[in-house]
Design a protein around this ligand. Structure first.
Ligand SMILES: Cc1cc2nc3c(=O)[nH]c(=O)nc-3n(C[C@H](O)[C@H](O)[C@H](O)COP(=O)(O)O)c2cc1C
Length: 787
């Protein structure tokens, strides 16, 4: 940023800002930092340092401390968080993948868990924070939350009309992170036709193949500086987060920055309190009763992993609901698996996971077997309500993955009642929205769109993506609290966590090699074959090959479909190598003596396997039993919620009572029927004094320029208000009563109404205990008549 502009902005902040103030500085821009710190007004107490590498943290924090300011560090990874701790920062802000601008791979949900668990410093959350997820941050132990894109449509937001329009129509899928191949991700708003974004994409690919890493990052940074801006969204890249999807609702409901902040603060405490009382994930919850399981926990279908009856039996014995993954299995394989499972599970509940998008003939084959065995449950990924309805007609309770708020509205209208909301941090194929963004949107959608007269107990909601222990489950419980209060049934669906169980290996769902790779994992990568086709995996040699091949293909003239097909081909058979340690025999089908599968040794498994896994793998480093896993998630989360220290009264009670803010004004004045017109009149030097209008009284009868003339007035001028329409019914007054009411009172009602509306209170809830209206009236009212 230009230092002159930065200093001017800081001066405005210091002049007009109230309360505790701070600035955010880029750790890589040491020149700007020294200029700003040298001239920083005393009233600016905090300096946040946004660092993209751990090495950049120490010098920046040292400068801030030398300037006697409180240092916060924005961390997109654990390494940056640790560097902040060592450098003496006061707090760390965990900035998740869903936020706008510079980001890392981990979502706020996962990064928050990671940093809270591993750092001694207080940790704040940045990214995906909304009315419901703020409660999750609080329940998970965050010290505070950061709001930015969420405030884009508030009254105070400086954004122009064009940017506002784009943000207002968002559904959460309109942003993308660019620069992943460079290891320097940056999130912007992307829609076809924004040249700056197309150029950025092309630049990212071109820079990624360049040799020197420092040079690469410098070039990428300068491309971004050129492309990013806020004034012209047709030509510039808006650096907003997925969470800008919350902006329209928050601004419509809470209008001002203060309104949104107050609502988020109050919501966090209210949700946490409700979750504390209800503990939605305890044994015997309404969802577990409906499932017939001990816990409201579901094991999600996992291709090439949950394809063993013994694994399903272990999950069921430990009190959760298991799902087999049928993936691309042919009828005979499905038959064998269902037959074994039905016998082994007997009367315990279980389900099948099918993929809604497999070729129609294969789906028909699978469904024919499913209908014969009638498992109590099914789950369709990428499916539609009609597919669920047809299984439900056969008595199979069927869950649908719902990836977007638009689909939720359609599915609800179509009668669907069982939903899985799975965020981008999950293992395997991922959708665009992170768990926080998806969950907040979906909870709001369910509360708003579920018909008032329908039976809420029919609604079954499974939260998935990044859930694996007491802390993460407590966070989900806080998000889900309003659904539970409405009578809906909620639970959690886990995938990755099961890869860390003793039973996963004992039941041969995965090999010991897969499990040890999982245990030693420190992060995950996304393998993207094309837009909307991404798979989360361990960063193994195969992942490197895939990324290298992708970059090479991007340099060619191949179409995106050709690239996708080529990359998908690379994936074939790789998951089985990782999970089961076997590969297809090269001569199978040609040589009658060749078996279908051959074992691969540990080195080959590691080199060629694709280890699908979710982000929480990086947070887990031990193998436990399924019983322990379930107990942690269920009773562990209830215990974590119980231990939360909540303020006694409502959230606002803690605020100092004697501060007054004027947040709205209304007026009816001569020549101005509202405050905006009055202000415009002042600015334009409009003289609102006129000759006494004939509609009031005829001045000619009383006027005499001679000041001493008895019973006469010597002025024929005055300030007169125009006729004011007044609808008594709006205020609950019988029209006939108007004649006997002093017109000043009626004007008073209108002015108060305008002042409340100006504060945004016409359309949003507000604290009536702490709101007052100061009313002033002047001038003669004697000649006013109501009629
Ligand atoms: C190895 C693996 C394979 C998966 N295969 C499928 C699948 O075939 N069908 C499906 O609906 N989900 C699949 N998933 C997703 C899981 O069912 C579940 O939704 C996800 O793992 C939950 O997120 P988590 O991994 O953060 O717990 C898979 C996940 C993993 C880790």
């Amino acid at each position: 940023m230009d230092p002159i502009l930065a200093i001017a902005a800081i001066d405005r902040l210091a002049t007009f800002g109230r309360g505790r103030l701070g600035v955010l500085l880029d750790a890589d821009d040491s020149e700007l930092r020294s200029t700003v710190l040298a001239t920083l007004p005393e009233s600016i107490e905090f300096v946040c340092i946004a660092a993209r590498s751990p090495e950049a943290v120490a010098p920046a924090v040292a400068d801030v401390l030398a300037a006697r300011r409180r240092a916060f560090v924005v961390a997109t990874s654990e390494e940056i968080g640790r560097a902040a701790e060592v450098a003496g920062a006061e707090a760390v802000i965990a900035k998740g993948h869903e936020a706008g601008g510079w980001i890392g791979e981990e979502s706020s949900f996962v990064l928050l868990q990671r940093l809270i668990g591993r750092l001694r410093l207080p940790v704040w959350a940045w990214g995906g924070v909304g009315l419901h997820t703020a409660a999750a941050c609080f329940a998970g132990g965050a010290a505070g939350v950061v709001l930015d894109s969420q405030l884009a449509l508030t009254r105070e937001s400086p954004l122009g009309k064009a940017a506002r329009q784009r943000i207002r129509s968002m559904d959460g899928s309109e942003t993308a992170s660019l620069g992943g191949d460079l290891g320097a991700q940056f999130r912007v708003y992307v829609r076809p036709g924004i040249a700056a974004v197309d150029d950025l994409r092309a630049a990212a690919t071109a820079i990624a193949v360049a040799e020197d890493r420092t040079q690469k990052l410098e070039r990428w940074r300068s491309e971004l500086l050129r492309a990013v801006g806020w004034s012209d969204p047709d030509r510039q890249a808006l650096a907003i987060g997925q969470d800008a999807v919350f902006a329209a609702h928050l601004a419509d409901r809470f209008v001002t920055v203060g309104g949104v902040v107050g609502a988020i603060q109050a919501g966090a405490i209210d949700h946490a309190r409700a979750a504390q009382l209800e503990s939605p994930l305890v044994e015997g919850s309404s969802l577990s009763i409906s499932h017939g399981t001990r816990y409201p926990i579901v094991q999600g279908p996992m291709t090439r992993v949950s394809d063993r009856a013994e694994f399903a039996a272990a999950v069921a014995s430990a009190g959760a609901l298991p799902f087999l993954a049928l993936a691309l299995m042919r009828a005979d394989e499905v038959e064998t698996l269902l037959d074994e499972t039905a016998r082994l599970l007997a009367d315990r509940p279980w389900g099948v996971g099918v993929l809604g998008f497999v070729p129609a003939a294969l789906r028909a084959e699978q469904l024919e077997v499913i209908r014969r065995y009638r498992p109590p449950f099914a789950l369709i990924a990428g499916g539609r309500p009609d597919q669920a309805r047809s299984l439900e007609a056969d008595g199979i309770a069927t869950y649908l993955h719902v990836p977007s708020p638009g689909l939720l509205t359609l599915y609800l209208a179509d009668g669907a009642r069982r939903f899985v909301f799975e965020g981008r941090e999950c293992g395997g194929h991922v959708g665009p929205r992170t768990s926080f963004v998806l969950w907040d949107t979906m909870v709001r959608g369910l509360l708003a769109d579920f018909p008032a007269k329908a039976d809420p107990t029919e609604v079954h909601v499974l939260f998935a993506g990044g859930i694996h222990d007491a802390q993460s489950a407590a966070m989900v419980a806080a998000i889900a609290a309003p659904l539970v209060a409405r009578g809906m049934r909620v639970g959690v669906l886990l995938g990755t966590a099961y890869l860390f169980t003793e039973e996963a290996v004992a039941s041969t769902a995965i090999t010991p090699g897969f499990q040890s790779a999982a245990v030693s994992c420190v992060d995950t990568v996304l393998l993207e074959s094309g837009p909307g086709h991404a798979t989360r995996c361990l960063p193994t040699p195969f992942a490197d090959d895939f990324i290298g091949e992708r970059l090479a293909l991007l340099q060619t003239t191949a179409s995106s479909e050709e690239i996708r097909n080529r990359l998908e081909e690379l994936n074939i058979g790789r998951l089985r190598i990782a999970s089961k340690g076997v590969d297809r025999h090269p001569d199978y089908g040609r040589d009658p003596a060749a078996p279908k599968l051959i074992e691969v040794d540990a080195d080959e498994q590691r080199a060629r396997g694709m280890y699908m896994i979710g982000q929480v793998a990086a947070l887990r480093n031990e193998v436990i039993s399924m019983a322990t896993l379930h107990a942690n998630v269920s009773s562990g989360s209830a215990e974590a919620l119980r231990q939360l220290a909540l303020p006694d009264g409502p959230a606002e009670a803690a605020q100092p009572p004697a501060q007054i803010a004027i947040v709205g004004m209304g007026s009816i004045l001569p020549g101005a029927s509202d405050s905006a017109t009055f202000w415009a009149n002042i600015v334009d030097k409009v003289d609102a004094v006129t000759e006494i209008p004939a509609s009031r009284w005829d001045w000619r009868q009383y006027y005499d320029p001679d000041r001493s003339a008895p019973d006469k007035i010597y002025s024929k001028w005055g300030g007169f208000i125009d006729d004011v329409p007044f609808d008594p019914v709006e205020f609950g007054m019988p029209p006939r009563s108007l004649q006997s009411i002093e017109p000043f009172q009626l004007l008073g009602l209108l002015v108060v109404k305008a002042a409340l509306a100006d504060a945004g209170y016409a359309t949003r809830p507000f604290n009536r205990e702490r709101t007052s209206v100061v009313l002033g009236a002047g001038g003669g009212g004697a000649d006013l008549t109501a009629g």
